[in-house]
Design a protein around this ligand. Structure first.
Ligand code: ISC
Length: 447
């Protein structure tokens, strides 16, 4: 049984907490736009790295069930495991590159310190988890001592960014021809309806990555999205995703279809016009409908009764607007989050339709492993409450290199040039978050 100690604070600024996180590994930060509390998880008292993505979903779920037996009842609704599942699951081929390293098959941990911060008033509730009373107490005390030292001169407004040296859209022309090839395949394969193809941008930068600055910039550049950071052994995954995959709270499940994209306008009028164009565009409506229908079908397979509106609304982010359909259902207690994630992921917003065939096309066409890009990332408490988002508008950073990811839903009447522009827009949230605007070395590379 783990030993837990908790403490409520009402005087420490968020900046000092984030600054403290620089000293820990692993680190996980989760900030949802519609929630009053933000979670920071520091250090691992236990962790799990799946050996293969073939069984990762089951293995992580078993690890969670095992850990749950050692959590004192009193803390079941406070403590959580945090981390990400891999994009490729259940025997899908993956092509190992050097990008993901330890995060390749997903990664979860039970934090040594879990902090819930009330965003509006900076009040905090800290949970220290250990194996003995003494080490739990000591962990908490040393954290508080260091925090006080930092809080005395933490600078809250810091916005300095990394300096972009060179950016490359990897295999751009090749990707464009893959989109054309996939369109042909969609038109000639009877039951293949949609495939989401992704591409990468590689950025070399100077400057030191500091979580405090990363977090400040993430929030500033992406006001109404989630803000997620996962750091492990020198690799930092960061996402400003607008897409919820699964939230479980109050015996309900909340998910959403987010698919179909258009740019933002430069004036309020043009922005509204773009939104109306999107709401009436047959290709985007079809792309969106595939996602809605697939989520509904999968929830019904779990014997749930989902509720949703028959027409999508608009979800506006700083660089793009999407078609958006929230979906909810009452959730009986016996269905676990991992069971639902296994059923839903990847939705046709990131995979395609039908799921298995589309995933085979992705594996055959993309010559890299998606790792946490487009994968479920989140937290799960031991009372079953939790939230997982889809790791898009994301990047992986290590040393002086960042890999940015962006994908687009390809259907039978997709236009390759338009998909290149759409994915370029989807790189923008991370470019704006990470790098200063004096971007030099702009440079698209053919293959
Ligand atoms: C695959 C991505 O976006 C998905 C989510 C929203 C809209 C999408 C679209 O319109 O294609 C994509 O399905 C990405 O941002 O990398």
């Amino acid at each position: 049984m783990y030993v837990v100690q908790d403490l409520k604070l009402d005087s420490f600024p968020l900046a000092a907490f984030i600054q403290m996180s620089q000293r820990f590994d692993p680190v996980y930060i989760f900030d949802a736009p519609d929630q009053p509390t933000l979670k920071i998880a520091l250090g691992a008292i236990d962790s799990f790295e799946p050996q293969t993505n073939q069984t990762a979903f089951n293995d992580i779920s078993n690890w969670y069930a095992h850990i749950a037996q050692s959590i004192p009842d009193k803390y079941m609704q406070d403590l959580a495991v945090v981390g990400g599942l891999p994009f490729q699951k259940n025997g899908q081929a993956s092509i190992r590159t050097d990008v993901w390293r330890d995060l390749d098959h997903g990664y979860f941990f039970l934090p040594q310190l879990l902090i819930h911060i009330a965003k509006d008033d900076y009040k905090a509730h800290i949970f220290s988890v250990g194996t003995t009373f003494d080490n739990t107490q000591q962990q908490l005390q040393s954290f508080l001592t260091n925090l006080k030292l930092l809080a005395a001169h933490a600078d809250t407004g810091s916005i300095s960014k990394l300096h972009l040296q060179q950016k490359k859209e990897l295999a751009l022309q090749h990707w464009q021809s893959l989109v054309k090839q996939t369109v042909t395949q969609l038109n000639t394969t009877a039951n293949l309806q949609k495939v989401v193809l992704s591409r990468q941008m590689q950025v070399q930068f100077t400057g030191t990555l500091e979580l405090k600055q990363l977090f400040n910039n993430l929030r500033r550049a992406n006001l109404n999205t989630y803000h997620v950071i996962l750091k492990l052994r020198g690799s930092v995954f960061v996402s400003a995703t607008p897409e919820r995959l699964l939230k479980i709270a109050n015996h309900h499940l909340y998910t959403a279809a987010v698919a179909g994209t258009i740019r933002r306008g430069t004036t309020p009028d043009s922005d509204i016009r773009y939104g109306q164009t999107l709401l009436a565009d047959q290709k985007n409506l079809q792309e969106h409908q595939y996602v809605v229908q697939n989520i509904i079908d999968n929830l019904r397979r779990l014997k749930l009764q989902p509720h949703y509106a028959t027409r999508p609304q608009l979800l506006k982010n700083p660089n793009v607007q999407h078609l958006y359909t929230p979906i909810t259902s009452i959730l009986p207690k016996q269905i676990s989050a991992f069971e639902i994630l296994q059923q839903l992921h990847p939705t046709p917003a990131l995979g395609g339709l039908p799921q298995t065939l589309a995933s085979q096309v992705i594996a055959a066409v993309e010559n890299y492993d998606r790792g946490l890009y487009g994968a479920p990332i989140g937290y799960l408490q031991f009372d079953g409450v939790g939230e997982f988002v889809v790791g898009i508008r994301s990047a992986l950073l290590r040393q002086q290199t960042a890999w940015l990811f962006a994908g687009a839903g390809i259907v039978a009447d997709s236009d390759a040039a338009a998909e290149v522009l759409e994915t370029r827009l989807k790189f923008q949230p991370m470019l704006n978050t990470l790098f200063s605007t004096d971007q030099r070395g702009d440079h698209a590379n053919g293959n």
